[in-house]
Design a protein around this ligand. Sequence first.
Ligand SMILES: [Zn+2]
Ligand SMILES: [Zn+2]
Length: 294
Amino acid sequence: MRIENGYSNKGQWWKGSFHNHTTNSDGWFPLETVYKMYAGYDFLGISDHDIITKHEGERQIKNVFEAIEVSSPQTHMLLVNPPGSLLDGYSNAFTIENYQRLADMTIDNGGFSVLVHPNRFFSQFWKMEDMMRMERCIGIEVYNGDGNPEYDIAFDKWDALLSAGRKVWGFGNDDSHVYGQEKRAWNVVQAEENTKEAILASIKQGDFYVSTGYGFDRIQAEGSTIVVDLRSNELLDKMYKYVTFFGRDGKVLKEVTGRISQAVYECQGDEGYVRIAAYLEGGYAAFSQPLFVN
Ligand SMILES: [Zn+2]
Ligand SMILES: [Zn+2]
């Protein structure tokens, strides 16, 4: 049995979001205000609809990403680090060919593509068969901070894609438009340094997790054993935790609760993948990427 574990970088954990709006599209606030709303973040992407907002002006956030949300009336796709030439002859028309072309340009530029809010059924969402037709897509937004619990989470589609053999990572983003939507969901990336190159490399290998407030200190695979060190300190260690290990088709493999700081799962070999959700008493959560069991 071999466990493919993306959590292998040294360094520290960096926090950021890739999907947020400004007044350059339908956000309520100009770029300078959005920078202030995200004070304390290590990195931030701005992804206005069908336009690449240039980063400019004063900000405390050290590492910023240009991005674009390709926004047809049917489906939305986030492209992080697209080339400027993406806008030459740009169209947001939803055909797999057009979306794939835009994604390919971004990936060839060192960036990545994410299928966002796939379950937002009242407006823009992704059909499973269309998601399966998109190639080289690095992941899907499993947690969108827009604030609608029926539509803004997509763990079901993530498990369906993973179970169909697609290696896709889960992302958490605010998709912030208005005041109050900031700092709800983010990505925590393990990398040696907080540079664009290092963050992109860690994202591509799956060395990050989604957080709504809780976290992991370390996720290791030793032989057939997965060892999860939950974020720990004197205060957190007194609080109750709920940890679930999920496998193929979203099957619950194991649940652990208690005032714990570590959870362990022994792989049987037929899981396909194992991903971990950890909740802290009060509801703050952390969602790991899948570890693949071969
Ligand atoms: Zn959208
Ligand atoms: Zn958006």
